[in-house]
Design a protein around this ligand. Structure first.
Ligand SMILES: *Cc1c(COP(=O)(O)O)cnc(C)c1O
Length: 370
């Protein structure tokens, strides 16, 4: 029995996938982004669930994740969104993991290896239209692609770009899309057409239908969190985080709580200790700020969050006993603590919280009623 855990609702992920399908229509392909262990939700479990319902591509962030999917029997196309390391190319070709291409030298190595193994590998070319991270600059794109086209064992399946601020900056997103479409047009003038042109992450899926093109790449929306807190599309959060009460006691007014004595009790207080701390993803930045749900009501976090424990005020929470369940993120009765609430309080974004919780907590899977 663990003191804390993440509960993953696989039906919520299917619900969100269906929502995304409704938004993009039937003619747009979906690359389900399952990188970073499916944003902490569990790569194999999530991918198997999705694969049983929808025909998708999968996007991962390492060769190792791609191989894990193959070993799980997933035979859909899997794209590694980070460029391959030279030492990984042999395995990558062996397992049929689709690379992104951002460098001619690596493309040549991949082509050589494909020839050695007698295979044709699909590849996706990445264009940097403004993110300033991976990808070929638009002005070099035509020459670059013409060169890559010479490699006989690479199939130019996809070309894509990534938005820097689809959640916050409409103008820049439209600019990036325009640069991308202009680049595609120049390529077409040279007779080069890619079957899969893609650009939309979750924000762009929800806010910029003109960016959907041939394929969309939802990540955070699949897991039920809106990429920006202002969006009204109703998604179902798939991850909840829970912890057990491990002690309850009364402390007098004036007593201090936890390391550094940052909280001094202003009244006689019933405190509970719960078995979750920053080593399990409950960010220390939530010290003295956050609250948890217990008996369907909010109980404030008192003092500094420790490595594996924290203290909460349960004076107004009714009867609380050792073994009771506290909700750190998610719903309890009518109350809910969302990933956005925790992110805003701790100065981060839901992505970081989901991965922090998901990578550090044991996971329990469930299927909610639809
Ligand atoms: C992570 C990632 C996505 C998904 O982004 P969300 O904002 O989670 O939807 C899409 N495309 C690329 C290239 C990514 O790295």
């Amino acid at each position: 029995m663990s003191y804390c855990w993440a509960e993953i609702d696989l039906n919520a992920i299917l619900f969100n996938l269906k929502k995304i399908r409704e938004i993009v229509g039937d003619n747009v392909k979906i690359m389900a982004i399952v990188k970073a262990d499916a944003y902490g939700h569990g790569l194999e479990e999530v991918a198997k669930q999705i694969s049983s319902k929808e025909n998708v591509y999968f996007g991962v962030s390492s060769l190792q994740e791609g191989i894990r999917l193959r070993e799980e029997g997933i035979d859909e196309p899997v794209v590694n969104l980070l460029p391959p390391l030279p030492q990984d190319i042999r395995e990558m070709v062996h397992w049929g993991i689709t690379p992104i291409i951002t460098n001619d030298g690596i493309a040549k190595l991949i082509d050589d290896e494909c020839k050695r193994q007698g295979k044709i590998l699909p590849v996706h070319i990445k264009i940097d239209t403004g993110m300033g991270r991976l990808g070929i600059r638009p002005e070099s794109a035509v020459d670059f692609v013409l060169k890559i086209r010479e490699y006989g064992n690479l199939f130019l399946e996809g070309i894509y770009t990534h938005f820097a601020s689809a959640d916050t900056d409409k103008e820049f997103t439209e600019y990036q899309l325009k640069v991308f479409l202009t680049t595609l047009k120049k390529l077409e003038e040279k007779g080069i057409k890619f079957p899969l042109r893609h650009s939309a992450n979750s924000s762009a899926i929800l806010n910029f239908s003109s960016s959907h093109l041939d394929m969309v790449r939802p990540g955070i929306a699949l897991y039920g969190v809106n990429p920006s807190p202002y969006n009204s599309v109703k998604l179902k959060p798939a991850m909840s985080v829970k912890a057990k009460v491990i002690q309850v006691k009364e402390l007098p007014a004036g007593h201090s709580i936890s390391y550094g004595r940052t909280h001094i009790l202003s009244r006689n207080t019933r405190v509970a200790v719960i078995g979750i701390g920053y080593a399990q993803g409950l960010l220390r930045a939530l010290s003295n700020k956050g609250s948890v749900l217990i008996n369907g009501k909010r109980a404030p976090i008192l003092g500094i969050i420790c490595m594996d424990q924290c203290v909460i005020d349960v004076t107004d929470s009714g009867e609380v006993r050792v073994g009771d369940e506290a909700v750190i993120m998610g719903k309890q009765d009518a109350e809910e603590i969302t990933a956005w609430e925790l992110a805003n309080l701790s100065g981060t974004i839901p992505y970081e919280l989901l991965t922090a919780f998901g990578h550090q907590l044991p996971r329990r899977y469930k299927f909610s009623e639809q």
